[in-house]
Design a protein around this ligand. Sequence first.
Ligand SMILES: Nc1ncnc2c1ncn2[C@@H]1O[C@H](COP(=O)(O)OP(=O)(O)O)[C@@H](O)[C@H]1O
Ligand SMILES: [Mg+2]
Length: 259
Amino acid sequence: MAKKSTRIIAVANEKGGVGKTVTVINLGAAFSLMGKKVLIVDVDPQANATKGLGIEADEDQLNTYDLVIRPDETMAKDAVLKTSWKGLYVIPSHVDLSGAEVELVDEDGRENRLKETLAPIKADYDVILLDTPPSLSLLTVNVFTCAREVIVPCQTHPYAYGALGELFDTIEAVKEAINSDLTVTGVLATLYDQRTRVSQRILDKLKNDEKYSSLLLETVIRANTKIADSADVGKPVVFYRTTSFGAKDYKALAKELSA
Ligand SMILES: Nc1ncnc2c1ncn2[C@@H]1O[C@H](COP(=O)(O)OP(=O)(O)O)[C@@H](O)[C@H]1O
Ligand SMILES: [Mg+2]
C-alpha cells in the first residue's frame, strides 16, 4: 500500500521564549495521540525539546550535530530515540550543535545537510516536527530547506508581533532561492492571557493584520502554568496534565491542523 506523504513541519520564530519548543513537543504528542507516528527533530543547541521529552542525551548518543556535520558517516535512523510514549520519537540535540554554524561556513551545500540526512527515514513517519533555535541562522535555514510547512508561534506580546516581519522575509528568501515548496501553514498565538489587555490587543492586531490575519490559526494557546511544570519534569502536558488548558489547546491545534 502506498504510504501517504509525510508532513514536515518547522516551528520557527527568531525570538526566544515564544513557545516554539513547547509547541513542537505538545503538538507532536497530540498528533501521536491521534495515532500518527511522529518524529521530533531537535535543531536547537539548547536541547530543550530533547529535555522536555524526558531524554538526557549522553555524549555517545548520535544527535543533530552528527547529522549535519558528518552526514556521510551518520545514519539518521541510528540517531532516533524512542520516547516513553507510543508513536513519539526524537532525534536529540546537543550543545555541540552551537558550533555547527562555524564548522559549515565554507562547506558546499551547507543549507541542504539536514534535508539530505533525513531523506532516508522521512517515509517512516506521518509527521516530522522540527524545533529551531531563536535565530535566523544556518541551522534555521537548514530546517526551512527540509520542511514543507512552517508554523510561527507568536507570543501575544508587542515585541513578538513586531518581530514577525523579518521571519517572513527569511521564509520568502528561502522559498525563492532553495525550497519553493515551503509554505506558512499558520501563525499560532501563544501565551495568551485573556485577563491582560496586552494579550487581547495583540490577538486583535493579529486578527486584523493585512498580512497575518489569513494565516492566524483558530486555536489560541493560553498561558497555562501546567505547561511550564510539565516541561520541567520532561513530559508533554498533553500526557502529564491531561485535563489542563494546555493539553486541551494543543489537542485542538492538532485537530485543526489535521482537518
Ligand atoms: N502556553 C504557555 N503557558 C505557560 N508557559 C509557557 C507556555 N508556552 C511556553 N511556556 C513557557 O515559556 C518558556 C518559553 O517557552 P519555549 O517553548 O521554550 O519557547 P521558545 O522555544 O520559543 O524559546 C518556557 O519556560 C515554557 O515552559
Ligand atoms: Mg526553544
